[in-house]
Design a protein around this ligand. Structure first.
Ligand SMILES: Cc1ncc(COP(=O)(O)O)c(C=O)c1O
Length: 407
């Protein structure tokens, strides 16, 4: 039988068969010439990492490419990016760039845990279900413990109950050394500064440091009327994995320590993991392009607006239930199965999602599917309205040509 965790991954065969090869189109709002658009080709709601990079980030890379520069992060772009991060977060910090969110999370956790300790996280957290055993590997064996009765977000009550249930018979039992929060959450919800502070207070009262998986941190900042500082160190976050890849970069993630004591030895951890990139400007330039002039928040606002439009449009469709408030750039909705199939056939790319992550008061009918739609900085209002129109108007082609399968 398929486990609930296996179920979280999309049905990739169906998924691949359902994607039409993207056709490059004219410039978008962000000037990117390789936009995938319009029904009849593909409308990308599969993930925000399916689109390319913003022009500003590509320009920064081209500029950084033009001259020789010191290697291993001693280049001017990496140094400028570190400065921009300190400015953005209004705090002294130690920042380390890596290529993937998995590396960022696993290495960040390794810096604040011991191999014989525990990391508490949401039961659907990326570190729990989508990073193979990298967090365990890089922490040297720390145990991930799910906060089981958390719904769309971890609540102080749920965290408190889980902590209380952990046996404390040292040295026989693992004790928590870290609590990990995802911003935005696994269900596309955002944690307010007040909610974060309540959780970090509990974590700290149990001797645990706080890690934030910020793969969609930009979307949360863009949504909430507060500063990056208020969502992190001011609310008690010790280390943030700040993801740019899902929001306009090609591949760039920063591990940001707000207290340098946690960053001791981190450069060796990163090197040992193979994430100290010789041409460090590759990450530095992307982060400079991303952070300068608030570009990162413009991109995130654009993605959030598209999600709002999609969410409102789907909710108006009879038989559709948007199951979580749309607070970042993800829409989780139950659709009649036939409608889901029709949207796929019309070129929609999206994942079937794990019903185990539905809110308590929701359940899936026999002829229904639970879907996740993710918008990106490139999703245009026109794409969303065409897609919504297709929900009402377009009938499915019987088969998709094999030559159009995207690998
Ligand atoms: C919440 C979250 N964290 C981290 C990541 C980054 O993972 P990757 O290692 O694929 O870059 C993702 C990507 O899907 C994510 O959704």
């Amino acid at each position: 039988m398929q486990s609930s965790l296996q179920c979280l991954r999309p049905f990739s065969e169906f998924f691949c068969r359902s994607i039409w090869r993207p056709r490059p189109q004219k410039s978008s709002a962000h000037g990117n010439p390789a936009k995938w658009s319009s029904l009849g080709s593909a409308v990308i709601f599969g993930s925000d990492n399916m689109v390319g990079a913003s022009d500003r980030i590509l320009d920064a890379l081209v500029e950084a490419n033009a001259t020789p520069a010191p290697s291993y992060g001693a280049d001017p772009w990496t140094i400028e990016a570190e400065g921009l991060l300190a400015e953005t977060f209004e705090h002294d910090l130690a920042a380390f760039f890596v290529a993937t969110g998995t590396a960022a999370n696993s290495l960040a956790l390794s810096a604040i845990t011991q191999p014989w300790s525990a990391v508490l996280c949401h039961r659907h957290a990326h570190i729990m279900v989508d990073e193979s055993s990298a967090p365990e590997f890089f922490t040297g064996g720390a145990r991930l413990i799910p906060v089981m009765d958390a719904d769309g977000k971890i609540t102080p009550e749920a965290l408190g109950r889980t902590l209380k249930r952990l046996p404390a018979d040292g040295p026989h039992n693992v004790r928590p050394s870290a609590v990990s929060l995802s911003q935005a959450s696994e269900c596309g919800l955002v944690y307010s500064p007040y909610e974060i502070a309540a959780l970090t207070d509990i974590a700290k009262s149990h001797g645990a440091a706080v890690h934030m998986d910020g793969a969609r941190f930009a979307n949360a900042v863009a949504r909430l009327n507060c500063s990056p500082a208020e969502l992190t160190w001011k609310a008690g976050v010790d280390v943030l994995c700040l993801g740019a890849s899902k929001n306009g970069a090609l591949a760039a993630e920063a591990v940001v320590f707000f207290d340098r004591k946690h960053a001791v030895d981190f450069s060796s951890r990163r090197k040992r993991a193979g994430h100290l990139v010789a041409k460090g400007r590759l990450f530095g330039a992307q982060f400079v392009g991303w952070l300068q002039d608030g570009h990162w928040l413009d991109l995130a606002r654009s993605a959030n607006r598209a999600a709002d439009q999609l969410s409102a449009g789907l909710a108006r469709h009879s038989g559709v239930r948007v199951v979580w408030p749309t607070e970042a750039n993800e829409v989780f909705a139950i659709l009649p199965r036939a409608l889901g199939e029709k949207l796929r056939a019309a070129g929609g790319v999206f994942y079937e999602w794990n019903p185990d992550s539905l809110p308590e008061n929701e359940s899936l009918g026999k002829e229904e599917v639970f879907l996740r739609f993710v918008t990106s900085f490139l999703t245009s209002p026109r794409e969303v309205s065409d897609f919504l129109e297709a929900a009402g108007a377009i009938s499915a082609p019987e088969t998709l040509p094999d030559s159009d399968v995207w690998h």
